[in-house]
Design a protein around this ligand. Structure first.
Ligand code: GDP
Length: 457
């Protein structure tokens, strides 16, 4: 088996664009032999002598045969994506041409890169920290403008700075404590008191708490708001989904129990994704298939970030309606009273409900008001104006929550614990913050992270 160092010394190659018929394909090569390997196949300028970061016209030629007409960019380390010498061949797009050039490069000493290996090298060569590497993945996967904004903040290092600032406070405190412990005989050094530690740990705890709380908004942007439309059969759930989606995705009929399984779709409200699920109408049933749907609806209702509970304006409130109202009272729920084109028979005045919107899915009436209710409920207007400095990555947030617990422990035990034990606890927080940045890491973590990237990134 190759050693870690040997693997890093390999010159790697990969297609950076999709394989298929296209205007161009880009083949990316990185590593110490990249310029030499391509130069041996290149008819044009001597690539080993051209300036760094230049684009060079010529041909890829093998045994006198022209394989393709290409543009080759030459970028010498260290200012390259991987931090190593990098060459990119822009060839004609197309499966035959691209595969042929890739095949030749593999026979001339390149190894096929694994998923995310270019970015992994960028990290291992110290050009980015782990938070930035994870932000690259988020950037590639971003679908909306807001997701892109969060990812670019992470890539720019703004999220990393929040963590680095916390570590800075801690390391100053730790080093002062260490001096106190190591040189007790010196009288002229500043003696760290428990009060000093309390002040600092309070700041750390508060800052971490704030980052975690604000990041909940970021998670909404990244993952969308899981929205379940629930209600008895025939109240208009499928009709509402269709109105929201602006298409006829769900099957609408007047036979109760038609939406037996789950229908879903996404819309953007104020740039935030709403993942809407139209659930099977919740009612007692003996039909086995419908029963499965009803149970699934109940589960989705529990998991949802937002519940749209539909009632029929034209019917009196039933026991089933009341049960649903009761079950969702601790959730973010909007009571949507549908069919308000028909005579009002429902009476909810005695229930003291907070968020009620009247709609009519036949004419779109009230749909705008419903969207506005969602915007105010989740403070989406505020998210739009924010600086997008959130931590949305689950791994990073998990570690941050560990730090929150650890700092709380220090706060609670400050009076009873001796200085040397407190120092150990503070170091644990410092180290855990370090794992967020990738100051320390294990190979399993890296393999797991970079396997989520595409080949060629
Ligand atoms: P679901 O079973 O809750 O998904 O209900 P559907 O969306 O399938 O609607 C059931 C019936 O109610 C259909 O015949 C719809 O045309 C009708 N319906 C839905 N919304 C309205 C509305 O706002 N007004 C009226 N009058 N009928 C509606």
């Amino acid at each position: 088996m190759k050693s870690w160092g040997d693997i890093m010394n390999d010159t790697i190659v990969s297609l950076a664009t999709n394989l298929g018929v296209a205007a161009i394909s880009i083949i990316r090569i990185s590593g110490q032999d990249s310029i030499k390997i391509v130069n041996d196949l290149f008819q044009g300028k001597d690539l080993e002598k051209v300036k760094s970061h230049t684009l060079n016209y010529g041909h890829i030629v093998l045994d006198g045969e022209i394989i393709d007409e290409v543009l080759v960019s030459v970028m010498r380390e260290p200012k390259t994506y991987t931090g190593e010498d990098t060459v990119e061949i822009n060839c004609h797009g197309g499966i035959g041409v691209t595969n042929k050039i890739l095949e030749i490069l593999l026979t001339k000493g390149c190894r096929l890169a694994s998923r995310g290996e270019f970015t992994k090298r960028r990290f291992l060569n110290g050009h980015i920290d782990l938070m930035q590497a994870e932000a690259i993945l988020d950037l590639i996967n971003s679908e909306t403008e807001k997701e892109r904004k969060i990812a670019i903040q992470g890539l720019n290092g703004n999220s990393s700075k929040m963590i680095k600032d916390l570590r800075e406070i801690l390391i100053n405190l730790i080093s002062n404590i260490e001096v106190n412990i190591d040189y007790p005989e010196y009288e002229d050094i500043y003696e760290v008191t428990k009060e000093d530690i309390r002040k600092n740990i309070d700041v750390i705890h508060e800052k971490i708490e704030k980052i975690i709380a604000e990041s909940e908004n970021g998670k909404l942007i990244k993952n969308g708001i899981k929205t379940a439309i629930i209600g008895r059969p025939n109240v208009g759930k499928s009709s509402l989904l269709n109105r929201l989606l602006g298409s006829e995705k769900a099957i609408v009929t007047d036979i109760p129990g038609t939406t037996r399984d789950i229908v879903e779709g996404n819309i953007l409200i104020d740039g935030i994704k709403l993942n809407i699920i139209d659930t099977a109408g919740i009612r007692e049933t003996k039909d086995i298939v419908e029963k499965i749907g009803v149970n699934k609806s109940r589960r989705l209702m529990e998991e949802a970030d937002l519940v749209l509970l539909l009632l029929n304006n034209n019917e009196e409130l039933t026991e089933a309606d009341k049960e649903l109202i009761l079950k969702t009272k601790d959730k973010n729920t909007i009571i949507v009273i549908n069919k308000n084109d028909l005579e009002e028979k429902i009476d909810v005045s005695s229930l003291n409900l907070e968020n009620i919107v009247y709609i009519n899915t036949l004419t779109y009436k009230g749909i705008e008001a419903l969207k506005n209710k969602i915007i105010s409920m989740f403070n989406l207007g505020k998210i739009s104006q924010n600086e997008f400095n959130y931590i949305t990555n689950e791994r990073q947030l998990g570690k941050l929550k560990e730090c929150l617990d650890l700092s709380l422990d220090v706060k609670n035990n400050l009076d009873t614990l001796p200085l040397d034990i407190l120092e150990v606890d503070l170091k644990t927080i410092w180290n855990t913050l370090g794992t967020i940045l990738g100051v320390t890491y294990d190979n399993e973590l890296l393999d797991n992270l970079f396997s989520k990237f595409c080949v060629g990134k």
